[in-house]
Design a protein. Structure first.
Length: 471
């Protein structure tokens, strides 16, 4: 592989902006050079492939720690494979995904991990790792948590939602958290009171209130806040960290803020759909009155007033990460399964391709700084999930996962332009500032001149360490 020298760009890291030349040797970043240094002149003149990034930002490749590629869910399978989903991620400047392997009830965690390796291996355009969803918490699976650490799985997701499917009791959550506290894993929690929610769903469906809108109504903010509070308290007693996934309600955020202010190891993420979409989208009249199904996800989209609070949370570091919860289902044949009963709409939205751009729009709109953009999209995800300093930073020795980002470009989002395997866009027609000019994964260019130039299978499995926030 040729040496690559990226000149004239502004390197953005979690600490700010720096005028530096980036030298890539093979798969790694070899050096950062000041433009007036003598090394700089020789690096640019040494027969290397020189990329002129004048007027552009040079940022670490994005890390999306919450994706669901080809996941069986809601009676169907999420529509992106690892091949299509990881390629779409690359288009949008994400160079690492962490996907959730799903244990089926009665099966071992190892069997779930083996299956996810089969799905992803040889198919990814970018590097990837896994978390493990535990459907059973028992003596056997608790022991397996140790084994999985050895295989690079250091985070485990549990649910207080979806009774009878992925739901765990408080006792089970306590046991898993106790174990995590002992061995240093991160417990990720889907926080919604699924028991109460299932009763509310019965009420709505019983009254004939079956439209997509009732999906959101049946999952009140109070039930997200209650479960968030409960999981935080259980984690405190169990001596474990907790990471709250896809937080959407300001009432849940308040619980995170209280715990963090007390000094507890509580972390949370939100997702672009909660920053840019709202419950209003569930009443869209298109697609024979069923377009709202395209905005069904859990936790659900909230009223617009929550958005400012979520941006505030990102700015103040109460929300540490922005991931996508990318879980695409096509309208035809998948979302349409819920016509006549919103509870049968597969839960999830697509987004892996647009996270970096939608967050950059947050910079343009002055919600966050450039440094915070990089921090929540790449650096903190790497640090929280055992990938740092290999990933998430532009520094000598790090993997050369680099995005050259053009802040002056404009693009219109929509189903015709996106690369995700889903037949609608939640952002159809939205015009946003900025786009990726060039994307590099471990020193190999994968996106250049608006073309995908990578190859299927060049992404490698990432064996992760423990969270850097806990050791
Ligand atoms: O609606 C969602 N979030 N679907 C994906 C599964 C999950 O709970 O993350
Ligand atoms: Zn979830
Ligand atoms: Zn998810």
């Amino acid at each position: 592989m040729a040496r690559i020298v990226i000149t004239n760009g502004t390197v953005i890291t979690a600490t700010g902006a720096h005028e530096l030349t980036v030298v890539v040797d093979g798969e790694r970043i070899a050096a950062l050079l000041a433009p007036d240094s003598s090394d700089h002149a020789s690096a640019a003149a040494s027969g290397s492939h020189v990329i002129d990034a004048v007027g552009k930002f040079v940022i670490p490749g994005g890390i999306d720690v919450h994706t669901h590629m080809e996941m069986p869910f809601g009676g169907t399978m999420s529509s992106d494979t690892f091949e299509t989903g990881s390629r779409a991620a690359a288009w949008g400047g994400t160079t690492t995904i962490l996907d959730f392997a799903v244990q089926k009830k009665g099966e071992s965690l190892q069997a779930a991990l083996d299956l996810w390796h089969q799905k992803a291996g040889g198919n990814c355009a970018i590097d990837y790792g896994f978390h493990m969803i535990m459907a059973d918490v028992n003596e056997i699976t608790l022991k397996e948590m140790d084994v999985l650490h050895g295989e690079g799985i250091t985070s485990f997701k549990l649910f207080t939602a979806y009774p009878g499917v992925l739901y765990s009791t408080d006792g089970e959550i306590f046991r898993a958290m106790q174990k995590a506290g002992q061995i240093g894993s991160m417990i990720m929690m889907h926080c919604e009171n699924g028991i109460v929610i299932d009763e509310i769903i019965k009420d709505h469906v019983g009254r004939g209130e079956t439209a997509p809108y009732y999906h959101s109504i049946s999952r009140p903010e109070a039930m997200e806040a209650e479960a968030t509070h409960r999981c935080i308290q259980i984690a405190k007693v169990a001596g474990s960290p907790v990471y709250v996934v896809h937080l959407s309600a300001k009432e849940a955020l308040e619980q995170v803020v209280i715990a963090r202010d007390r000094g507890q190891n509580v972390f949370a993420e939100t997702c672009p759909q909660y920053l840019y979409r709202s419950i209003d989208d569930l009443t869209r009249p298109g697609m024979d009155g069923f377009e709202g199904a395209n905005f069904v996800c859990s936790t659900p989209l909230r009223h617009r007033e929550h958005q400012a609070e979520l941006w505030r949370g990102i700015r103040m570091n109460d929300l540490s990460v922005v991931s996508t919860d990318h879980c695409p289902f096509c309208f035809k044949e998948q979302k349409a399964m819920g016509i006549g009963d919103f509870s049968k709409i597969p839960n999830g939205m697509a987004g892996v391709e647009h996270r970096m751009d939608l967050l950059y729009q947050g910079v343009v709109d002055k919600h966050i700084s450039l440094a915070r953009w990089v921090e929540v999209a790449a650096t903190t995800p790497a640090r929280l999930f055992g990938l740092y300093p290999k990933k998430g930073v532009i520094a000598p020795g790090a993997d050369a996962d680099i995005v050259i980002y053009d802040p002056n470009a404009r693009q219109t989002l929509g189903v015709e332009m996106h690369h995700m395997a889903v037949d609608y866009s939640a952002y159809e027609g939205e015009v946003i500032d900025g786009r990726c000019d060039l994307v590099m994964s471990r020193g190999r260019i994968v996106i250049e001149n608006k073309q995908y130039v990578g190859t299927k299978g060049q992404g490698s499995y990432l064996k992760r360490s423990l969270s850097q926030y806990l050791v």
